[in-house]
Design a protein around this ligand. Structure first.
Ligand code: T4K
Length: 406
C-alpha cells in the first residue's frame, strides 16, 4: 500500500515511517550479476588479480571507445586518479577549483601541499563560473581544475581559453559525468585530461574505481608508470609513484556495468522524469534540468529549495524526509571552503563565495538509481508536498523535537 493510499500522517507529526528500511542516495546500480560471477570465476582461474590484468585492459579499452578519447588509465578510485593526474601535470603552488564540489577535488591538491583556491559558482548550473576564475590568478597559480557537477559539463572552452591566455594547465574532474556529453561530444576530451569516478555510488560502478582519460600520449604513459610506483620494468623506477592500480575484480564489475549502461540510463531517466512531473508547480522548489540536446546519465536527482518562497527550508525538508527513512543528502554543503583544513587556513574565503554559500544551503539530493521504483518516487514526492502544505505544524514539531534533544 502506498503512502498516499495509507494517507498516514507525516512521521515528524507522529505518523508511521513511510519506508520500513532506509532509502539511500547512492544505492549501487548492478548489471547482470551472473555475467559478473562468470568474470569472477575467470579471474580466479587465471590467478591474475591485479596490476594491469586482462580485465583492466579490456575495461580501459571499452572506456576509450565509449568516450572517444585515445587513452584511459584505470585507477583504484577517482581521488587517487586526481592526485596522479595533478602530479603528472606538475601542478604546484596554487590551483583554482570550485568550492562547490565533493571534498576529494580539493583534498587531491592539499594532499600534495598545493593550495586549492576556491572559485564561486554559477547559480544556474552549479558549476564554476569562469568569470570568477580570472581574479583569483596570482603569480603562484599553475592550473585550474573544473568540475562537471551532477554530470552537467562546466564551461570547458571558457576555462581553457583563460588557461591558455594565462599560461596555466587545465584538467577536469568528471567524477559525475561518465556517459554524458559536453556540447554533443562524449565528456573526456577537454583540457589535458579528465577524471571519472566509478565508486559504488556512481552511475557506473566498479565497486571502487576511477580513470583518467587523455589524448596526450606522454601524459598517459607517465600516469601509467605513476600508478604502479613508477616502475618502468621489473627493477627500474623512473618517477615517484604510488599504488593507484585497479584490481581485476573491480574491472570485472566495471565491465558488467558497462554492458548495462543503456538500461541504467533508461532507469535513471525514468526516475528523473517521474520526480520532475511530481515536483513541478511546488512554489520555491526547483528540480534539476538536464539539457535535452545533450546525452545525460540522469544520475543526480537534485532539488533546490528557495527559503524565501517555499514554506519550509532545505534543512527542514531533509529532516522531514529522514524521519520517513528517505535519506536525502545535502551534497556538497557547506562547500569545501567551510571544511577543514580550508576553513582554518582561509577563514576569509567565504567572502568571495556568496553564490556557493547560498546555493549549498538550498540543495538536497533525492534517492535514485535501480533501487528506487516509481511508487517510491510517488511516495517521496507526496511527502514533500504534504510537508510543504502543513509547514506550520511541521516546523513546530521539528522545533519541539530539537528542544527536547538539546
Ligand atoms: N570528485 C567528485 C566531484 C566526486 O563527487 C567524487 C566522489 C570524487 C571526486 C572522488 O571519487 P572516488 O575517490 O570516491 O572514486 C559519496 C562517495 O563516496 C563519493 O564517491 C562521491 N563522490 C560522493 C558524491 O558521494 P558519501 O560519503 O556520501 O558516500 P557513502 O559511502 O556514505 O555512500 C552514500 C550512501 O550510499 C550510503 O549512505 C549508503 C549507500 N551505499 C553506499 C555504498 C558505498 C550503498 O547502499 N552501498 C554501498 O556500497 O560520498
Amino acid at each position: 500500500m502506498s503512502y498516499k493510499e495509507k494517507l498516514s500522517d507525516l512521521a515528524v507529526l507522529g505518523g508511521e515511517k513511510a519506508f520500513a528500511s532506509p532509502l539511500h542516495v547512492g544505492r549501487p546500480n548492478l548489471g547482470d550479476t551472473n555475467a559478473f560471477l562468470e568474470r569472477t570465476k575467470a579471474i580466479l582461474d587465471s590467478r591474475w588479480l591485479s596490476n594491469d590484468g586482462p580485465m583492466v585492459k579490456e575495461f580501459e579499452q571499452r572506456i576509450s571507445e565509449y568516450t572517444g578519447v585515445k587513452h584511459c588509465v584505470a585507477m583504484c578510485n577517482a581521488t587517487v586518479a586526481l592526485e596522479i593526474a595533478i602530479r603528472a601535470l606538475e601542478l604546484k603552488g596554487e590551483v583554482i577549483v570550485p568550492s562547490y564540489t565533493f571534498i576529494a577535488t580539493a583534498h587531491a591538491l592539499q594532499w600534495q601541499e598545493i593550495t586549492p583556491v576556491f572559485a564561486d559558482m554559477d547559480p544556474a548550473t552549479h558549476n564554476v563560473d569562469p568569470c570568477q576564475i580570472e581574479r583569483l590568478i596570482t603569480p603562484r597559480t599553475t592550473g585550474i581544475i573544473g568540475v562537471h557537477v551532477w554530470g552537467r559539463a562546466c564551461e570547458t572552452a571558457a576555462i581553457e581559453e583563460i588557461a591558455n591566455r594565462k599560461g596555466l594547465k587545465v584538467m577536469f574532474d568528471a567524477a559525475h559525468a561518465f556517459g554524458c556529453t559536453n556540447k554533443g561530444r562524449m565528456t573526456g576530451a577537454a583540457g589535458a585530461c579528465e577524471v571519472f569516478s566509478f565508486h559504488a555510488t556512481k552511475f557506473l560502478n566498479s565497486f571502487e574505481g576511477g580513470a583518467v582519460v587523455t589524448n596526450d600520449d606522454q601524459l598517459a604513459a607517465k600516469m601509467r608508470l605513476m600508478r604502479n610506483f613508477g616502475f618502468v620494468d621489473y627493477d627500474r623506477v623512473i618517477y615517484p609513484g604510488t599504488n593507484g592500480k585497479m584490481t581485476e575484480i573491480c574491472a570485472a564489475m566495471g565491465l558488467t556495468s558497462l554492458d548495462a549502461i543503456n538500461e541504467l540510463i533508461a532507469t535513471n531517466r525514468r526516475n528523473y522524469e517521474a520526480y520532475q512531473g511530481n515536483l513541478k508547480a511546488l512554489p520555491g522548489i526547483s528540480f534539476i534540468q538536464y539539457a535535452l540536446e545533450e546525452r545525460n546519465n540522469y544520475h543526480y536527482l537534485v532539488v533546490e529549495v528557495d527559503p524565501d518562497v517555499a514554506t519550509l527550508n532545505r534543512d527542514e525538508l531533509v529532516a522531514v524526509l529522514h524521519a520517513e527513512n528517505v535519506l536525502a543528502r545535502k551534497y556538497f554543503w557547506p562547500g569545501c571552503h567551510r571544511m577543514e583544513p580550508y576553513r582554518s587556513l582561509h577563514p576569509e574565503a567565504a567572502l568571495g563565495l556568496e553564490v556557493t554559500e547560498r546555493i549549498a544551503s538550498q540543495i538536497m539530493v533525492l534517492p535514485g538509481g535501480q533501487a528506487v521504483g516509481l511508487e517510491d518516487i510517488a511516495d517521496i514526492t507526496a511527502i514533500i508536498r504534504n510537508a510543504l502544505e502543513r509547514a506550520e505544524e511541521v516546523r513546530h514539531a521539528l522545533r519541539s523535537k530539537s528542544n527536547l534533544s538539546s
